[in-house]
Design a protein around this ligand. Structure first.
Ligand code: OGA
Ligand code: MN
Length: 296
């Protein structure tokens, strides 16, 4: 099959055409997707009107799929397969969540710049987000290129960051917006995880920043010192020249490489329906293992 890959931004992001996600990828298709993802980090696949079963079947060959964290809450009645994260403002009866619903409050955390599942030792590699219903205005998703951001750092800062690690926690990032409604069981289960602050991308050998709103402290630094550094790096990495804004059309599927991007959701009218479904392919090994290998 002939694929066309068309860049959409000076640093990253491409539109990928000529692929049908209703069928699982063969080896050549997987190679083409991985190569394009290594090069562009964010791939937009237009016109993919898939159901959850096709979404899961297309994603699975890329690695282990995560089960949505919401599925662990006692009494959880999801609308979708547990391998499909429900990125919508709908309840189990497909009604729009009330403005104060706990689920809506928690998902407001997606409006902070983040990388998927960095609060787990083995975080997200590819996220595949499929747009089903999109409001007329707003509700875009923004992506930030953490490689271009790293390249643009002064040499002194690159040296300073070398070998540093940050602790990532979902409880922390939700706490920064005042969302603290977690049970003791959730607090214990969600915990936190250390991650390198700079990573070498295995597909390209290039370095990039590895940040997320979940990063709460830097190991070996006083808390304020680490947080100020994290805030300055977040501000730097999300400067407009490193950011691409995706305006969704229903049927778009966007795949991103979490190892070298951040993303966030944009505001929209909460009385309007916005429905996207996501699968997440997890990394095969903890990023901390890379750091230990490069130090050895
Ligand atoms: C996600 C996410 C952003 C959005 O699905 O991981 O952060 O725009 N989504 O809904
Ligand atoms: Mn996300």
């Amino acid at each position: 099959m002939a694929f066309t890959v068309h860049p959409l931004h000076p640093h990253f992001v491409a539109r990928f055409e000529g692929l049908d996600m209703r069928v699982p990828p063969d080896a050549a298709t997987m190679r083409a997707v991985v190569e394009a993802a290594d090069r562009y980090a964010v791939l937009v696949f237009p016109g993919q009107h898939i159901n959850d079963e096709q979404h899961v079947a297309f994603s699975r060959p890329f690695g282990r799929l995560e089960t949505t964290i919401k599925a662990y809450r006692p009494g959880f009645k999801g609308r979708l397969d547990p391998h499909v994260a429900d990125i919508s403002n709908l309840d189990e009866n497909n009604g729009v969540l009330s403005a104060t619903d706990r689920r809506r409050m928690s998902s407001l955390g997606n409006r902070l710049w983040h990388t998927d599942y960095t609060f787990k030792e083995t975080p997200g590699l590819y996220s595949l987000l499929s747009a089903r219903v999109i409001p007329e205005d707003g509700g875009e998703t923004q992506f930030a290129d953490m490689r271009a951001a790293y390249d643009a750092l002064p040499a002194r800062m690159k040296q300073r960051l070398d070998g540093l690690t940050a602790e990532h926690s979902l409880l922390y990032s939700r706490g920064t917006i005042g969302f603290v409604d977690f049970s003791e069981e959730e607090k214990a289960r969600l915990g936190s995880a250390p991650q390198p602050l700079v990573r070498v991308h295995p597909g390209t050998g290039r370095k990039n920043l590895y940040l997320a709103s979940h990063a709460m402290m830097i190991h070996g630094m006083e808390i304020p010192e680490g947080r100020i550094l994290l805030k300055e790096l977040m501000d730097h990495a999300t400067r407009p020249e490193f950011v691409y804004t995706h305006r969704w059309t229903a049927g778009d599927l966007v795949l991103w490489d979490n190892r070298r991007t951040m993303h966030r959701a944009c505001e929209y009218d909460p009385t309007k329906v916005r429905e996207l479904h996501r699968t997440t392919v997890m990394e095969p090994t903890p990023p901390m293992a890379e750091l230990r290998r490069s130090a050895a």
